[in-house]
Design a protein around this ligand. Sequence first.
Ligand code: AMP
Length: 217
Amino acid sequence: MKKELLFMGPPASGKGTQTNRLSKEMGLPHIDTGSLLRAAIKNETESGLIAKSYIDKGQLVPLEIVAKVIKERLMEADCQKGFILDGFPRSLEQAVALDEIRKEIDAKSDVDFKVINFEIPEGILLERIVNRVSCPKCGEIYNKKFTPPKQDGICDKCGAELTQRKDDTEEVAKSRFETYHRETEPLVKFYNERKELIALDAEGSSDEIYQRIKEIV
Ligand code: AMP
């Protein structure tokens, strides 16, 4: 059966870290709209140029752009057995767009679809964001304060130089939290009513949270 997992939660709630690990273990692609959009910016595509101004302000990139990027990605061959979506959908209109995309791509498959909602007190998240660094090569995520790499600024896994995201500043992060409450939180009710939402206690060590996720999936 095709497996489609959707990870939802506020910025820096651990979705990326957990998805990276689960995606490797399950052999399912990790599809993260933030990274797809950052790649489009780096490649200076038309979508990337538009996306940049929204990302820099911590606002949602318009639906037409995100839906196009995500649809193209979900139609690639490696998504036929399933995928883990991280950071999409983030608004009701995006959830409706995802339903439409899934109607097309899942027409011939039986699907196990689950939405996992990372529940975590917001107080600790801002500190996580401003200390976050990641590996541009393999995607590994570190925190300079809580989970630093062995050698300062260097990825433990592949030796590449770690970078900090431009939108991981206190000012932009505050705007991202506002956007999350206004646009994304209503999706909890949306998927709950459809009995597709599973609440995840996302507080604790990374290993503990991973085990909880494994029990769900
Ligand atoms: P993230 O890497 O998930 O923290 O996303 C970084 C930024 O990319 C967000 O603050 C948004 O500006 C943009 N972004 C990521 N995913 C979406 C989405 N599903 N819809 C609109 N904008 C998005």
